[in-house]
Design a protein around this ligand. Structure first.
Ligand code: ADP
Length: 543
């Protein structure tokens, strides 16, 4: 017997419809590429998304055609998202920091029919346009600009395109399992692979991320997704915000600490989300400016391990609660989030803080396990000690990659993440490392993340990375790459002494290399592969 309840497909268009009916006047504040601010609202975003859907329809696209965006977090980009996915097309967000050859590869691999881009990427688009045979339309996300038109005669301007269009558009009643958006992995560990999200997976992921034990979004929040919309859909925040009725501040291209502090203070942001490198810059800028970040109640740190010293600084200096989360492109991205349970409130503050270092536990809809071998099903105990290959399954977890017909799963249906982790009795998962970043020293594993967490707590370093360097006796030994803070005279010996009593002696790095900058990839994560290429043999040279 089938239940007697209504069936409504879970569609992205239903999110924007909800926002326009119940949160039409809720503010969407957006920084444009020229630094100016546009004040919009969910009502205005919804109307323009329908105008843009009419534009796309007039181009004659059919369901599941791919429309690419190469843009920062701003109101026009948000409008195109809902216009594209709402009308049944697939929104392919592209990371502009990829190499031009990689951009060409993924645009052609996705067979994108239109490329929408922010003004800042004009030269980039011009430089690759000849290599994109399938792209029929190029749309600049701005008003008419004579200079751009001269440089790029066939370009169309977004504001002009939507201006004459009706704000009436009937969102199609799609099958909820239809594809809605496409995102390629950021490629920190290999060739980018496409992950194709569905309307259903996106809406269920939004429900999960809004929960109090997740990002805890409500209609009283004003959120600042610093994480770019091209990085796993800004962790799904533009969808979750429409669902919860949050106000949003979209930071545009200026992601430096000073700009973010200014946005938080001026627009009273309550919850901001980004990768650790962003927060490092923000903490420095807030301290320098004397800002108290008064409105900021919570910040979500994910994409790479959140150093405990960072969470401590937010708590002690800014009374801001740091929520640590883990995920990946293949998991939409939220896999686990760290929030305490009632029983943990009885622990003392330092024990609570210790618990919050881990990446957290899954919301309903996702399940995790650790296994002894990669892609196997030999599950290890959940005792907080056994370290194994982290696997995941759930409503918003990838099944197979775009354009690749084989499944990406283990025989019994789990996705192997490539991360190494422990899980404790309460289901809290702690990442030890990416399996390829772990350091194997004389048969024993050393976690680069653990060493980085210690080093970054030193007041005289701004940024660190630990890599495995080849060693003639021990196979691999840890080497610390560090960027000193301005005017610091810190020496290698002093940094190494800082590890004493914080970790077993044999795990202390063999060497410290000071650098002016540490390479980060398109999503703000340290490119350890590049560091290994440059410094991976440094201990051999010494012998
Ligand atoms: P890429 O795989 O190219 O780096 P993703 O953005 O999908 O692209 O990155 C996912 C990976 O980032 C995870 O597999 C994990 O190694 C790392 N990661 C994400 N969040 C965290 C976190 N909170 N702590 C440690 N590592 C994390």
């Amino acid at each position: 017997m089938i239940g007697n309840m209504m069936f409504q497909p879970l569609l992205i268009s239903s999110l924007i419809e909800h926002a326009v009916i119940y949160h039409a006047d809720t503010a969407i504040i957006s920084k444009n590429t020229d630094g100016s601010i546009t004040h919009s609202s969910w009502g205005q975003i919804a109307r323009n998304s329908k105008r843009f859907a009419n534009v796309l329809q007039s181009f004659g696209f059919t369901v599941s055609d791919r429309i690419a965006t190469l843009a920062w977090n701003n109101h026009r980009h948000l409008e195109t998202w809902y216009g594209i996915s709402g009308s049944g097309l697939i929104c392919h967000t592209i990371n502009p920091r990829l190499f031009p050859e990689q951009l060409t590869y993924i645009i052609n691999d996705a067979n994108d029919k239109t490329l929408i881009f922010d003004k800042t990427f004009l030269n980039l688009v011009l430089s690759i346009k000849k290599t994109l045979p399938y792209v029929e339309y190029f749309i600049c996300l701005d008003g008419y600009d004579e200079k751009i038109q001269t440089a790029f005669p066939e370009v169309l301007f977004y504001d002009e395109l939507i201006e004459g269009q009706s704000a009436d558009f009937e969102w199609p009643e799609l099958d909820e399992s239809k594809a809605s958006s496409l995102c390629y992995t950021s490629g920190t560990t290999g060739h980018p692979k496409g992950v194709l999200y569905s309307h259903r997976s996106t809406v269920l992921h939004s429900y999960a991320t809004c929960l109090p034990d997740s990002f805890n979004f409500s209609a009283q929040d004003r959120i600042l997704p610093v994480v770019p919309m091209f990085h796993v859909n800004a962790w799904g925040t533009p969808y979750a915000a429409a669902m919860a009725g949050c106000s949003m501040v979209l930071p545009g291209p200026m992601l430096d600490g000073e700009s973010l502090v200014q946005l938080i203070d001026e627009y009273q942001v309550t919850n901001a989300l980004g990768v650790p490198t962003i927060w490092q810059g923000l903490l420095t800028a807030a301290r320098n400016s004397g800002s108290q970040l008064k409105s900021l109640q919570r910040n979500v740190v994910g994409g790479a391990a959140c150093p405990p010293s960072m969470a401590q600084a937010f708590k002690d200096e800014f009374q801001c609660e740091t929520i640590h989360a883990w995920g990946m492109t293949e998991t939409s991205p939220v896999g686990v989030i760290n929030q305490l349970k009632a029983k943990h409130l009885e622990l003392d503050e330092s024990e609570q803080f210790q618990l919050r270092f881990s990446q957290g536990r899954p919301p309903f809809g996702v399940n995790i396990r650790i296994c002894g071998q990669e892609n196997s099903n030999d599950e290890l105990p959940r005792n907080g000690h056994a370290t194994g290959h982290l696997q995941i399954k759930g409503h918003w977890i990838v099944e197979s990659y775009f354009n690749q017909f084989s499944h990406a799963l283990t025989e019994d249906g789990w996705f192997d993440t490539g991360d190494m982790a422990t899980i404790n009795q309460d289901g809290y998962m702690a990442i030890s490392d990416r399996s390829k970043d772990l350091i194997k020293s004389g048969g024993e594993w050393i976690s680069s993340v653990e060493l980085e967490n210690i080093a970054i707590a030193h007041p005289e370093v701004d940024m660190v990375a630990v890599i495995a360097a080849v060693h003639p006796k021990w196979d691999e030994r840890p080497v610390l790459i560090a960027k000193k803070s301005a005017s610091s005279q810190i020496t290698e010996d002093k940094i190494l002494a800082f590890f004493t009593d914080k970790i077993a002696k044999w795990q202390i790095p063999d060497k410290v290399i000071f650098v002016d900058s540490i390479p980060v990839g398109g999503t703000g994560k340290v490119l350890k592969k590049d560091l290994r290429e440059v410094y991976g043999s440094v201990l051999l040279a010494k012998e």
